[in-house]
Design a protein around this ligand. Structure first.
Ligand code: URA
Length: 238
C-alpha cells in the first residue's frame, strides 16, 4: 500500500494531508526518513514514525484506558472533559469509541476501539461478559445486602430481578461485585435496591482482563491479541 494511504488508514488525516506530512519530512519508515508518499509497503508489520513518535500499522485499534473521575464518556460532554481528550489525535481521527460507558464519577477500566463489530458484540445484552467493580459504600455492608445482591434485586423499570454473579465484602464499606449486564447506572441502582449507597465505583476487570496496576488514571495502553483473548475475544490486532 502507498505510504500516504497507509498513514491515512492510521488516522493521520486525508490523503492530501498525509502527502503534505510526508513531503515536509516528518515521516520515517522503519527508522529511515521517507519523503515519497507513493512508496509502497506491506501493511502487516509496518512501522513508521511521525515527528519522532513511533506507530505500528493496526487494522483496528483496541485500547484499555484507566478512566479518571470527573471525565465523561461522551463526544459532547456537558460538565467535565471527555475521555476522548486523553487519546492522541490519530486515534480520534480513526473513530475510536468507548465500548459502553462509565459514569462521570466512576473510575477504572474502559475499553475503546474503532472496530464497530467489537463494540456491537461487547455491548450486546446477549454477550454476558463479567465486569468486576470495587464499590465503596456509604453504609456498612451486611450479609443481608450481600445475599440480596447475589439472589437478585428488583430495579425500577426492569421486568425481573437482577443478580450479581459474585459479591464479596473486602472491608466494612468496600465490596467487590461482579455483574454481567451493562444497564444504565446498574451498580448504583443495585446497591440502592439493596438498601445501601455507592460512594465510589471503580471497574477493575472485564472478562479475564484486569486493569494493570501500572496504568495510572488517565493513561491508556494498546490491547494486544493476548489481552483480547483474556477478555474473551479472539482478534488479530494487525
Ligand atoms: N454501574 C454504574 O452504576 N455506573 C457505572 O459507571 C458502571 C456501572
Amino acid at each position: 500500500m502507498e505510504l500516504e494511504r497507509l498513514l491515512r488508514s492510521q488516522g493521520f488525516g486525508s490523503r492530501p494531508e498525509c502527502r503534505h506530512l510526508i513531503y515536509s519530512g516528518r515521516v520515517s519508515v522503519f527508522g529511515e526518513p521517507c519523503d515519497d508518499p507513493f512508496a509502497k509497503f506491506e501493511p502487516e508489520g509496518f512501522s513508521f514514525s511521525v515527528d519522532g513518535v513511533l506507530w505500528g500499522y493496526r487494522k483496528f485499534v483496541y485500547l484499555a484506558l484507566n478512566k479518571p473521575a470527573n471525565y465523561e464518556c461522551s463526544q459532547k460532554p456537558k460538565h467535565h472533559p471527555s475521555v476522548y481528550t486523553l487519546l492522541p489525535p490519530p486515534l480520534l481521527m480513526r473513530g475510536v469509541q468507548a465500548v459502553g460507558r462509565l459514569d462521570e464519577d466512576t473510575t477504572g477500566l474502559l475499553l475503546l476501539t474503532d472496530d464497530g463489530q467489537f463494540i456491537h458484540t461487547y455491548t450486546s445484552p446477549k454477550k454476558l461478559v463479567p465486569k468486576v467493580y470495587e464499590v465503596m459504600t456509604k453504609h456498612s455492608i451486611d450479609d443481608t445486602q450481600l445475599s440480596g445482591l447475589v439472589s437478585g434485586v428488583q430495579l425500577n423499570d426492569e421486568p425481573a430481578p437482577i443478580a450479581a454473579t459474585a459479591c464479596e465484602r473486602l472491608s466494612e464499606r468496600l465490596m467487590r461485585l461482579t455483574v454481567t449486564e451493562g444497564k444504565y447506572h446498574l451498580v448504583k441502582r443495585m446497591i440502592a435496591a439493596a438498601s445501601n449507597r455507592v460512594e465510589a465505583l471503580h471497574r477493575v476487570s472485564i472478562g479475564g482482563f484486569e486493569l494493570p496496576s501500572s496504568l495510572l488514571p488517565g493513561q491508556w495502553m494498546w490491547m494486544e491479541a493476548a489481552d483480547l483473548e483474556r477478555l474473551g475475544s479472539r482478534k488479530q490486532v494487525n
